[in-house]
Ligand binder design. Structure first.
Ligand SMILES: [Mg+2]
Length: 353
């Protein structure tokens, strides 16, 4: 067997500038990977590098030739474990870069078998929870408008970014615009432990479901302080990068939030889920701002999750790839007719090329 590989950088404009406690982005720099077998069948994956975890499109592009050479050396797209460990042997860090390759190979393996990836994993499409839709930080009136627009688009669960001195005004504005929405909150490490406890009590009164990463990942004792006193469940995102982090967060949060771009591959993502379950944690899968080249793969994990936050492609102005249908927030795996992750170039674009 032999495999051919290629990669391409894409700069994807966002529909609106996206702001969290750490900063603002207007574009998502993604890297698309393709792995093709002897019969001309192609698997696609994507990297959405995050500077917070030390990656940029430049670092992804820099290591990609070595990663793709490793895939070609293994040569067998069904040798998923061998490929993922070979990728880790080639570059130790660079999780988004490795993840793009892992996704492309999984996509190809499932396509060759003629099944959607979730079916290859033996999962039931009916078990997929609905995804949340994220509202970034903005002027209070804009947040109100965005929440109203999200409800208008049919999204029943909103994830609200906080971590400002206007947090209460922002939630009041969202509740005003979306009285029936299920709300989740993400502070992206911005609160002090005492502030997090006080805000969680206030948020509990506004019927918020849980708080994500209230305090710095560099402050594990602060996370424990919040967990022991918070009126709301606590999700760990920046504090939970790979499966090896799960034991250390198990006694200081309720929910482990994995992201493909942190784990470095789909096998490691499933290890995070298994490790979290074995420690009695609930599991969520989030994302970066990503093309469907990678979001479609995250959606395949949905039946294994308690909470789904895979709206990365929905925040793009235009995604060159389509993936799993997410209209109304439902992760419609059962409607997926395509084998693999379901990612493919949007047909109009294929026709243009
Ligand atoms: Mg988060």
């Amino acid at each position: 067997m032999s495999l051919e590989t290629e990669f391409e950088r894409v700069s994807l404009a966002l529909e609106n500038p996206f702001t969290i406690a750490r900063g603002t982005q207007t574009h998502a720099e993604n890297v698309i990977v393709r792995v093709t077998d002897e019969g001309g069948m192609t698997g696609v994956g994507g990297a959405a590098p995050s500077a917070h975890y030390g990656e940029t499109a430049d670092t992804v592009a820099a290591v990609m030739p070595d990663l793709l050479a490793a895939v070609e050396r293994v040569g067998d797209p069904h040798a998923l474990h061998a490929i993922e460990s070979e990728l880790r042997a080639v570059v130790e860090g660079n999780p988004a870069a490795r993840c793009a390759v892992s996704i492309a190979v999984h996509d190809l393996a499932a396509k060759r078998l003629g099944v959607p990836l979730y079916r290859l994993w033996g999962l039931d499409a009916d078990d997929a929870p609905a995804t949340s839709f994220t509202i970034g930080l903005d002027e209070t009136d804009r947040v109100r408008e965005k929440a109203a627009a999200a409800v208008e688009m049919g999204y029943p669960i909103l994830k609200i970014k906080l971590g400002t001195d206007r947090d209460r005004a922002l939630i009041d504005a969202v509740r005003d615009a979306a009285p029936d929405a299920r709300l989740r909150v993400d502070a992206n490490e911005a609160w002090t432990p005492k502030e997090a406890v006080a805000k969680s009590a206030w948020l509990a009164d506004r019927d918020v479901a849980f708080v994500e990463q209230p305090v710095s990942a560099d402050d594990p004792e602060g996370l424990r302080y919040v967990y022991e006193r918070s009126e709301l469940p606590i999700a760990a995102d920046e504090s939970c990068v790979t499966a090896a982090d799960v034991p250390a967060i198990a006694d200081r949060c309720d929910i482990a939030n994995l992201k493909l771009m942190k784990t470095g591959g789909l096998l490691e993502a499933r290890r995070v889920i298994a490790a979290a379950r074995s420690h009695g944690l609930a599991v969520m899968c989030g994302c970066m701002i990503e093309s469907n080249a990678s979001i479609a793969a995250a959606a395949q994990l949905a039946p294994l999750l308690d909470y789904v936050d895979v709206d990365g492609s929905l925040l793009l102005d235009e995604d060159p790839y389509e993936g799993v249908e997410l209209s109304g927030g439902d992760v419609r795996l059962g409607e997926q007719e395509r084998a693999g992750t379901g990612a493919r170039l949007v047909p109009e674009r294929t026709a243009e090329e």
